[in-house]
Design a protein around this ligand. Structure first.
Ligand code: SF4
Ligand code: SF4
Length: 428
């Protein structure tokens, strides 16, 4: 079991109810307008929706103080994109875990048989069709039809496997990005292959919704398949897939004989090695949206087990020392370096970036089950992008791209939304 609420009893008890998890640290705040960091509390303005409120709820659950689990309670639990912004803010001044108690609260509730009806559809699809999109497994490889690429599911070999992920495989508008990614890698001389119809979900949605049995099944089988295929690298352009492979897969204790890379890391490397050259001008003022799972949530999680001793009446001295994940080591520079390498482009930063970035709103099943919340969160990001005079917002995740595009359309805005691969293809 990876998620056990009892492992976080101390963190939940030590939450000071200070509410600092509702905002970026003061030193990082640049304006009142964009001073929120938690989409959930910003939208609903009731303490339980915040990171600290979720700690209080998780603690009550772990201590058996909740007689009944109401629908309203479940709604609060899942009206959160598990973006981890609260976790980064809290850790500015502490070593408390916040995001993992949030995940564990969900896993605890799922263990008791509580989840939203919409989640059953996603999980049923995962169990029957190996994807979260409620689409047939047999259609998974269709996005790559006609592409000249090795198919590992047919016994062909490749040094690098490209994992497209559920959304790129099944969304016809987005699958062009997956096709472009393969073409780019081939143009750079990479020996790349795909797993075609045998590719399966990475397990990210199951994990974030609290269905850890399903997550473990998919994660273990992916690791086994990639090991058996003998690939040296697993590359994905889905930030959610990358985040889970990088931060949670290692906890399963299985040997991973391959390196996991997000496409932005790989393209940045290929550009710097001169294997890809960008020569066409793209004269635009753009901003970059950090996907949570590529940024603060991509650090490999190391659960802490040990003893905390109180010294001087208030400080906790941990034995052994705790590895604290503050979001500092996310993938922040490679995508920015790629954008800067496009001739004619001007990159401007929004106010909330990197570990304190505002979420796009799509994560953790929110896009599939609570689109109103997902679109409101994205609309806030669009306002922020416009406030710095940006003509376009560039991102590096299909979920961010899809949600931001829908919100732009709904707002009647003329802001363009690009995936970073699209930008590179246009500049080649
Ligand atoms: S989770 Fe952290 S920042 Fe939020 S109220 Fe608790 S101690 Fe304060
Ligand atoms: S994970 Fe994100 S949405 Fe959920 S409580 Fe924390 S900051 Fe808010």
């Amino acid at each position: 079991m990876i998620l056990d609420l009892k492992d976080y009893l101390e963190d939940m008890r030590r939450c000071a109810r200070c509410s600092l998890c509702k905002w970026p640290p003061l030193a990082q705040m640049k304006s009142w307008r964009f001073s929120n960091n938690c989409p959930s509390i910003a939208r609903y303005n009731f303490h339980t929706y915040s990171g600290g409120g979720r700690m209080a709820l998780g603690l009550a659950l772990a201590e058996g103080r909740l007689d009944t689990i109401t629908d309203e309670m479940l709604n609060i639990v899942y009206r959160c994109t598990a973006c981890g912004a609260c976790d980064s803010s809290c850790k500015y001044n502490s070593e408390l875990e916040l995001l993992w108690p949030i995940y564990s609260t969900r896993a605890h509730l799922v263990g008791m048989g509580y989840f939203l009806p919409e989640h059953s559809m996603i999980i049923d699809s995962l169990r029957k069709e190996d994807n979260t999109m409620m689409r047939p497994k047999a259609d998974r490889g269709k996005w790559a039809e006609g592409l000249d690429v090795s198919d590992l599911s047919k016994g062909e070999k490749a040094e690098v496997v490209y994992h497209a992920g559920c959304l790129y495989c099944y969304d016809p508008e987005l699958s062009a990005i997956a096709r472009d990614t393969v073409r780019l890698l081939k143009e750079a001389g990479v020996d790349v292959g795909i797993r075609g119809s045998q590719e399966t979900c990475c397990g990210s949605t199951a994990f974030q919704l609290g269905f850890q049995g399903e997550f473990i099944k998919f994660a273990e089988s992916n690791i086994d398949d990639w090991n058996a295929a003998g690939v040296a690298k697993v590359v994905t352009s889905c930030a959610c897939g990358f985040g889970i492979m990088k931060s949670v897969y290692p906890l399963l204790g299985k040997e991973m004989k391959f390196e996991v890379l997000h496409i932005t890391q790989y393209l940045d490397e290929l550009l710097k090695q001169g294997k890809l050259k960008l020569s066409r001008s793209f004269p635009a003022r753009v901003t970059y949206h950090d996907p949570c799972n590529l940024g603060r949530k991509s650090e490999t999680y190391v659960p802490w087990k040990g003893e905390g001793k109180k010294v001087l009446g208030q400080f906790i001295l941990r034995e052994p020392e705790k590895v604290v994940h503050r979001g500092w080591n996310g993938i922040y520079e490679p995508p920015r370096d790629i954008i800067r390498s496009v001739p004619g482009i001007q990159l401007v930063e929004m106010e909330r970036i990197m570990e304190y970035s505002w979420c796009c709103g799509a994560g953790s099943g929110v896009k599939q089950t609570m689109n109103d919340l997902a679109l409101w969160i994205a609309s806030e990001r669009i306002e922020e992008a416009k406030s710095v005079g940006s003509e376009a917002i560039v991102t590096a995740c299909p979920w961010c791209e899809q949600n931001l595009k829908e919100a732009v359309k709904e707002a009647g805005s003329n802001l363009a939304v690009y995936d970073i691969v699209e930008l590179v293809r246009q500049a080649l």
